[in-house]
Design a protein around this ligand. Structure first.
Ligand code: ZN
Length: 380
C-alpha cells in the first residue's frame, strides 16, 4: 500500500470551500449580467438604435454595417463584464493560485477579446448571409455551416488558438514518452503527440487535457504538473487522457453538440418568427437588430442544458478513469495525483450534491478516489 493512498484528506478546508463558492458566484453573476444585457437591448429598443447607427456608418453595405453592429455589442459587453473579470483575476492572486502580472493579464484579455470579435463577426456574417439567401431553410443550412466550422476550429485549436495564450513544446522526458508508447500500445491505438504546456508563467495550478482532432490530436501536460509529480503519477494522468482518446470523447461530444445546436437553430427560427409576426419587434428575419434575441435563445438553452452536459462529461470522465485503472499497474499513483491536484488547484473534494450536479464537468475527487480504491479491491 502506497503511503499516499492513506493520505486522502476527508474534508475540504474552509479556504477551498470559500474559493470555490466565490468562483461559482462569479460565474453566476457573469451569466446574469450577460442575460440582463441582452434583455435590456431588446426591451428598451437599444438594439434598433445600434442597428440604425451601424447602418448610418455604412449605408448600402449590409455586411459592413452588420460588422459595426457586432463590434458595438462586443465592446459594450466586454466593458460591462470587465469588473467581474478583474475580480476573478484578483481572486486567483488572493488564493495564491496565480503568477500572472496585471499587464500580462490585460494583454490576454485583449487577445481573447480580439479573438471573440474575429470569430463572432465571422459567425454572425455567415448567419445573416444564410438568412438573406434562404429565409425558409436558413436555420438548417446555418447549422451545417456552423458544425463544419466547429469541427474545423476543434482541429486547429491546439495549433492556432491555444498558442495565442500559452507556449507549447514537445515533451522532452524520454522516460515518460516511452511510457506513453507502452500505454498506447496496450490500448491498441496509435501514439499521438504529447506536449508540455507552459502554464507556470501564468498559474500555479496544474492541468492536463486531450485536445485537437485528427492530425492535431494531442495530449497536453502542464509544466506545473511535470515539475511536481512523480513519473508514476504523470503516467496515471496520461493514462486518463489516453482514456478520453480511446473512447473517442471529443468526437462524441461534437456529435452531442451537433444535436443540441440543431435544436437550438430550430428554436431560434421559431422565436424569431414569433417576435416578428406576433410581437412585431422586427420587420424582417434579416434585420440584424434581432441578433440579441438569437443569442438569448442560445444562452438560455445552454443554461438549461448545463446539468445534462455536465453529467455527460462526468460520465466520460469516469470512463477515462476506468481506462486509466486498467492501464496502470497500481492505482496508488492515480489516487496520489488526484490528491495533489486537489490541493494544488484548491479544488473541492466533496462539493455539495447539487453543486456537483449543476456545475461540475468532473466527478468529485473523493468519488474518483473511491472508484480507484474499489477497482483495486476488486482486482485484489
Ligand atoms: Zn478527463
Amino acid at each position: 500500500m502506497n503511503a499516499a493512498v492513506t493520505a486522502s484528506p476527508a474534508a475540504d478546508t474552509p479556504q477551498a470551500h470559500r474559493y470555490n463558492q466565490i468562483r461559482r458566484w462569479l460565474s453566476v453573476a457573469d451569466f446574469v449580467l450577460g442575460l440582463v444585457f441582452l434583455v435590456v437591448l431588446l426591451v428598451t429598443g437599444w438594439t434598433r438604435f445600434l442597428r440604425d447607427y451601424a447602418l448610418q456608418l455604412a449605408p448600402d453595405h449590409y455586411s459592413v454595417a452588420l460588422f459595426f453592429y457586432v463590434l458595438m455589442l462586443l465592446v459594450s459587453s466586454k466593458l460591462l463584464g470587465l469588473g467581474l473579470d478583474y475580480y476573478g483575476f484578483r481572486l486567483e492572486h488572493h488564493y495564491q493560485l496565480s503568477n500572472q502580472k496585471l499587464r500580462s493579464w490585460l494583454w490576454d484579455q485583449f487577445k481573447g477579446w480580439l479573438l471573440s470579435v474575429s470569430l463572432g463577426a465571422l459567425l454572425v456574417e455567415l448567419l445573416y448571409f444564410t438568412i438573406r439567401q434562404s429565409p425558409q431553410h436558413w436555420w438548417f443550412i446555418a447549422w451545417l455551416v456552423f458544425m463544419a466550422l466547429f469541427v474545423f476550429f476543434a482541429q486547429i485549436a491546439p495549433i492556432v488558438f491555444l498558442p495565442i495564450f500559452y507556449k507549447f513544446e514537445p515533451l522532452e522526458n524520454e522516460n515518460l514518452k516511452e511510457r506513453l508508447v507502452r500505454l498506447s500500445e496496450r490500448a491498441g491505438t496509435r501514439v499521438r503527440g504529447v506536449y508540455e504546456w507552459k502554464l507556470s508563467e501564468k498559474s500555479k495550478k496544474a492541468n492536463a487535457a486531450l485536445t485537437g482532432l485528427g492530425a492535431t490530436r494531442r495530449i497536453i501536460l502542464a509544466d506545473t504538473l511535470l515539475q511536481k509529480y512523480s513519473d508514476d503519477e504523470i503516467e496515471a494522468v496520461l493514462a486518463h487522457e489516453l482514456g478520453h482518446h480511446v473512447h473517442k470523447h471529443i468526437l462524441k461530444s461534437i456529435a452531442v453538440q451537433a444535436g443540441i445546436t440543431l435544436f437550438g437553430f430550430w428554436a431560434a427560427n421559431a422565436v424569431l418568427h414569433y417576435a416578428m409576426e406576433r410581437g412585431h419587434l422586427f420587420e424582417t428575419l434579416s434585420d440584424f437588430a434581432n441578433l440579441p434575441l438569437l443569442v438569448l435563445v442560445s444562452t438560455v438553452l445552454s443554461f438549461l442544458l448545463m446539468p445534462l452536459l455536465n453529467s455527460y462529461s462526468r460520465f466520460n470522465e469516469r470512463q477515462a478513469d476506468r481506462y486509466c485503472f486498467q492501464s496502470i499497474t497500481s492505482v496508488a499513483p492515480f489516487i496520489s495525483s488526484m490528491n495533489k491536484l486537489a490541493e494544488q488547484n484548491l479544488a473541492e473534494r466533496t462539493p455539495a450534491k447539487w453543486v456537483e450536479w449543476f456545475f461540475h464537468s468532473h466527478p468529485a475527487i473523493t468519488k474518483r478516489v473511491a472508484a480507484a480504491e474499489d477497482w483495486a479491491r476488486l482486482k485484489a
